[in-house]
Design a protein around this ligand. Structure first.
Ligand SMILES: [Zn+2]
Length: 155
């Protein structure tokens, strides 16, 4: 393959071009799907964050697509992000183990169940009221028909 270019360009030029192609490939980092891609969102524009190998972390997806006009060139390293998530999990684990927190959650749940039951009772009352109205309407309608039949028979 290398010999095929000998007539057109020199060995030196061929090697130089090959080196340029190789360097270009090395500098261009592609979008790569990673653990937190589109799971973490940019605080400035709300776009999903994308992993970039050259940053060893995540950058704003809007910035990755459209550059400075869309967002800023901020990033979070994967290591830092993993640490933040681990800290959150740790915090949640400690909260769950905390007896006061658990009793607060149970009290809130009990209150919510009570409120839901109250709302259900109101809906049941409304349904019963509508059923009574419907029955009365049917009775009145039946009576009206009877009266009209009676009137036509009298004529
Ligand atoms: Zn952004």
């Amino acid at each position: 393959m290398k010999d095929a270019h000998e007539g057109i360009i020199s060995h030196h030029q061929f090697d130089f071009v090959q080196k340029m192609i190789k360097n270009r490939k090395r500098n261009f980092t592609k979008f790569k799907k990673h653990l937190f891609t589109n799971v973490v969102y940019c605080n400035d524009c709300g776009s999903g964050m994308w992993y970039r190998q050259n940053r060893v972390g995540y950058i704003c997806g809007s910035y990755a697509r459209h550059g400075n006009i869309a967002c800023t060139n901020h990033a979070i390293s994967e290591k830092e992000l993993a640490q933040v998530i681990l800290n959150d999990i740790d915090w949640m684990y400690n909260k769950i183990s905390d007896k006061k927190f658990l009793s607060d959650v149970k009290a809130l749940e009990k209150k919510r169940v009570h409120l839901n039951q109250k709302e259900l009772n109101l809906i049941d009352d409304e349904i019963n009221s509508i059923k009574v109205k419907k029955r009365r309407y049917i009775e009145i309608n039946g009576f009206t028909c009877e009266v009209q039949n009676h009137k036509t028979q009298v004529k």
